[in-house]
Design a protein around this ligand. Structure first.
Ligand code: HEM
Length: 135
């Protein structure tokens, strides 16, 4: 409890992941895996040859989404993620590859299981909403 008797909010997921260095390490692992693992070749093919820009954008976005600084919004305004993904054909297979890649990255980064599961559930909602084609 703080001085004015308001319950402490507790650390944000951003803080629990280790702030910017932790989020950056997670994003880098995510895109390294996308590059390396044949299971994610389908979504890798949708991305540019050079992943540097994708790494930066996902890092900036996730910092804010996790309760940290709003780097993405400061640079690009409202995320409009569904609209920004319309140029890429995303169906169930792509959604599931993205989620599997993120779950593997969180596991390999040693993120606490309960936190990883909570984040995966929230990310699934976003990933599912990004679908823009049948199948
Ligand atoms: C459902 C499967 C998904 C696929 C196949 C996918 C694929 C892509 C691709 C190909 C790009 C363009 C990369 C680039 O401009 O360098 C992109 C951009 C982006 N994605 Fe995804 N994505 C998916 C889900 C998600 C989810 C769940 C999130 C957030 C939690 C996300 C966040 C972003 C962001 C922030 C950008 C940058 C948008 C911009 O400023 O242009 N994506 N995604």
């Amino acid at each position: 409890m703080s001085d004015d008797d308001t319950p402490a909010a507790g650390p944000t997921p951003f803080e629990r992941l280790g702030g910017e260095p932790g989020v950056r390490a997670l994003v880098d692992r995510f895109y390294d895996l996308m590059d390396l693992e044949p299971a994610y070749a389908g979504i890798r093919a949708l991305h540019p040859a050079d992943l540097d820009g994708s790494r930066d954008k996902l890092f900036w976005f996730l910092c804010g989404w996790l309760g940290g600084p709003n780097h993405y919004i400061e640079r690009f305004g409202h995320p409009r993620l569904r609209a920004r993904h319309l140029p890429y054909a995303i169906g169930i297979a792509e959604r599931d590859q993205w989620m599997a890649c993120m779950v593997q990255a969180m596991d390999e980064q040693g993120i606490d299981n309960a936190l990883a599961q909570r984040l995966a559930e929230a990310l699934y909602g976003t990933a599912d909403w990004m679908r823009n084609k049948g199948g």
